[in-house]
Design a protein around this ligand. Structure first.
Ligand SMILES: [Ca+2]
Length: 228
């Protein structure tokens, strides 16, 4: 009677000894080499893309759509007096998706005494630094000005860090990341406060003791868009 185990063993031994086993092994090795090769090629061809994604250096252009929101007021200030004119800058002034870039403030006046040949008065204006969220120390600011000839006084206050309206080149992973510096909420909000003084100039024996000042605040608002 033949041993069943020895039969199986001989069969296994045959398989192992046989070149078939070597062929299978060689086949597997070739398969893995090809597999590895394909993946290596794939990695090499994708290397640039992979590197760009990992380094986050996709190039983006941020452009800005602007909307100007205008507020105005007028104030009558006596000779030698200083008045305060306030403008509340609230989120409700803004179109959804817009941020405040900065404030251009213009003060204008004429001679309102009604006295013929009454010389024009002098006006002085200063932006009062307060809790309003702005770049108070920005080099582009003009926080005070004066006029002695009736010409307009132009002031400027930057609200948003780095915003000047021109396109910006950014690098980053995606749109959300590159837009991040341009969607900071709360910039420019608060009370915009102006100190305005008047010194009248009058003809002898006439009374010119006040002047009316018109103030226009143009708020530059912007909506950023990223394109790559
Ligand atoms: Ca005058």
């Amino acid at each position: 009677m033949q041993d069943k185990n020895s039969l199986d063993m001989s069969g296994l031994g045959e398989l192992l000894d046989d070149s078939t086993a070597n062929k299978i092994t060689a086949g597997l090795v070739v398969f893995f080499l090809v597999f590895l090769g394909i993946n290596t090629l794939d990695l090499v061809s994708n290397n640039d893309k992979v590197r760009i994604i990992l380094d986050g250096d996709l190039e983006w252009t941020i452009s800005f759509e602007e909307e100007i929101v205008t507020l105005s007021d007028s104030v009558i200030i006596g000779d030698g007096d200083t008045g305060i004119v306030n403008f509340m800058i609230e989120e409700s002034l803004l179109t959804e998706g817009y941020y405040i870039g900065g404030f251009s403030i213009q003060l204008t006046y004429g001679e309102t005494s009604g006295i013929p040949a009454d010389p024009i008065d002098s006006v002085f204006a200063t932006l009062v630094q307060n809790e309003l969220v702005a770049k108070w120390d920005d080099e582009n600011n003009t926080k005070s000005g004066s006029s002695t000839d009736g010409s307009a006084i132009d002031l400027y206050l930057r609200a948003y860090d780095g915003y000047d309206g021109s396109d910006k080149n950014m690098t980053g992973y995606n749109e959300i990341q590159v837009l991040e510096p341009w969607v900071v909420a709360g910039q420019g909000l608060g009370q915009l406060s102006l100190e305005v003084s008047v010194e009248t100039n009058a003809l002898p024996f006439t009374s010119d003791n006040e002047e009316e000042i018109n103030i226009t605040v143009s708020i530059t608002t912007f909506k950023p868009t990223a394109i790559n």
